[in-house]
Design a protein around this ligand. Structure first.
Ligand code: ATR
Length: 302
């Protein structure tokens, strides 16, 4: 019998996963002897691979894109939050000694809400939230966000029918809708729960959804800043510069002529851009750290 506990993350397209390093650090700090692997399998091989892992003595799997809904079907017992989500991100043997028994849990929502409210100091109550994506990751966070008191939750997905189905499924928990055209205006929080970041792509975002005060949160991380976070920073910049120009032209000293106005506008824009850059860089660092921490929490086997 192998005395070293075996854990792994299972998904497909896991090139940038830091789970082995993160869980290695957990093991070091808790003095645990364990191996943590990375299993990359396509959907067709997920169930057989996960079953082999557990029948070979594996102690736990973190499940990530695109297997969270398949993991729900594989589990023989579910925690209430996994059942409500309709998706599983952690699998563990048991309960009991039956070798085929598998418990499925979902920690995505608890991890996200904790990161937002505790680490970022964000107030969920009453806020307008746009959720991008309608797959397993999105499923995991809807109930905890609604239970956290968000004022409005709108699901926007590339395949609109999936977003509509999710909105109907969770309608009993609060103000949830699907779609999200330009009329939706600016949101307080935009969460990217799609897997687009893993392919270096930007998911469709409704026009005008992101404003200077919108907090943009990516549930995925990559080797560097994701396309979504990069886009979000660009949105904030654009708005700041635009605002300064409007204020200068509307309230500037007209008698000095348009060229003076132009210079003044450029100078103020440059100053604001400088400050904006520092703020954005600081926020980006914070986000990168939070992404790492969120990834840790989301994928932790309990
Ligand atoms: P996960 O477990 O990460 O949620 P998933 O269940 O395969 O994985 O769901 C992936 C989600 O990301 C879906 O909402 C998918 O949109 P579709 O329903 O239209 O397939 C979304 N997604 C993936 N790649 C995307 C891209 N390039 N642009 C926009 N959305 C994308």
């Amino acid at each position: 019998m192998n005395s070293i506990d075996r854990y792994a993350v299972i998904g497909h397209g896991l090139t940038h996963s830091r789970s082995p390093q993160i869980h290695g650090l957990f093991a070091q700090s808790t003095g645990q002897s364990m191996q943590y692997g990375l299993i990359d399998v396509p959907a067709a091989l997920f169930a057989a691979t996960a079953n082999d892992f557990f029948s070979g003595g594996g102690r736990g799997l973190n499940v990530t894109v695109p297997h969270k809904e398949a993991a729900l079907a594989l589990a023989t017992r579910l925690t209430p939050r996994a059942q409500r989500a309709g998706a599983v991100n952690t699998l563990a043997p048991g309960p009991g000694t039956d070798p085929s028994a598998l418990l499925g849990d979902n920690t995505d929502g608890a991890g996200l809400v904790r990161d937002l409210t505790v680490n970022l100091g964000y107030t969920l109550a009453g806020s307008r939230v746009l959720l991008l994506g309608a797959g397993g990751a999105a499923r995991g966070v809807i109930a905890p966000l609604l239970e956290g008191g968000v004022g409005e939750l709108r699901i926007h997905n590339r395949t609109t029918a999936r977003a509509q189905r999710l909105a109907q499924e969770f309608a009993d928990l609060g103000a949830i809708a699907s779609g999200g055209d330009a009329a939706g205006g600016e949101y307080d929080l935009i969460i990217n729960a799609t897997s687009a970041s893993l392919r270096g792509e930007l998911p469709p975002v409704p026009p005008k959804a992101c404003g200077p005060h919108t907090l943009c949160y990516d549930m995925a991380y990559g080797a560097s800043e994701t396309v979504f976070l990069h886009w979000a920073r660009g949105q904030t910049f654009g708005k700041m510069v635009f605002r300064v120009r409007v204020v200068t032209l509307a309230g500037g000293p007209l008698p000095f002529g348009i060229s003076v106005l132009r210079h003044l506008g450029s100078w103020i824009s440059a100053a604001i851009l400088g400050v904006g850059y520092l703020v954005a860089a600081f926020r980006a660092d914070k986000r990168a750290l939070h992404d790492l921490i969120a990834g840790t929490r989301v994928e932790h086997v309990t």
